[in-house]
Write a protein that binds this ligand. Structure first.
Ligand code: GAR
Length: 221
């Protein structure tokens, strides 16, 4: 990848604010990428409306219309392939992908998670952080492997957790960071600057001083 306009397929299940941030960054030419299709596993998902408003193809694929997970994922995969998608971005897609799908698009699926992985994977990353009493949480963009939120980490951003936070207030603080780092990770991939070595993601030619650009320092709102 690199040197061309990366074709993105975005998978969503809901409101799609991360999708919106990706679309905006693409339209403003801040990243050399374009969203070519948005797929939702939920019929009512505001993200689908967001896509349509920007003239982007928006598909609802109903998991219940298929006999099993793999056939549902095959249908999704076929739609993505039909449109020559280079990179699949999970943006609030609330399903765990099976090894079949991960294998079919190995190294070409990324996800955003609302916690500093490997802490608090799975659902309600923000609530888990509040309940655990951590003082710092954040978000992570990572490659998707067969596990749950376990693939190689591309970028992380940290936010404070205050004593009076609940799941919602922390989620709102984290979300602001998500909207910044997801497009940043896509940009690095589109520019061909990412190399995966085992568990580690190496950003090519990154001067040490760039570290804070890719992993923005603690943001206190
Ligand atoms: C985001 O906070 C995202 O990190 C989270 O769902 C929200 C989707 O918001 N994803 C997960 O928890 C995945 N396990 P959005 O639809 O407004 O982008």
């Amino acid at each position: 990848m690199g040197g061309k306009i990366l074709r993105l397929g975005v998978l969503i299940s809901g409101r799609g604010t991360n999708l919106q941030s990706i679309i905006d960054h693409c339209e403003q030419k801040k990243i050399p990428a374009e969203v070519v299709v948005v797929i939702s596993d939920k019929k009512v998902a505001y993200g689908l409306e967001r896509a349509k408003k920007h003239g982007i193809e928006a598909l609802f694929i109903d998991p219940k219309a298929f006999p099993g997970k793999e056939s549902f994922e095959k249908a999704m995969g076929d739609e993505l392939e039909k449109r020559n998608v280079d990179l699949i971005c999970l943006a609030g897609f609330m399903r765990i992908l099976s090894p079949y799908f991960v294998n079919r698009f190995r190294g070409r699926i990324i996800n955003i998670h609302p916690a500093l992985l490997p802490s608090f994977p799975g659902l309600h990353g923000q609530g888990q952080a509040v309940n655990h009493g951590v003082k710092i949480s954040g978000c992570t963009v990572h490659f998707v492997d067969e596990g749950v939120d376990s693939g190689p980490i591309i970028i992380q951003a940290a936010v404070p957790v205050f004593d009076d936070d609940d799941e919602d207030t922390l989620a709102a603080r984290i979300l602001k960071c998500e909207h910044k780092i997801y497009p940043m990770a896509i940009k690095l991939i589109a520019e061909g600057r990412i190399k995966v070595e085992g568990r580690k993601v190496i950003i090519k030619d990154a001067a040490k001083k760039e570290w804070a650009v890719f992993n923005p320092p603690l943001e206190i709102d």
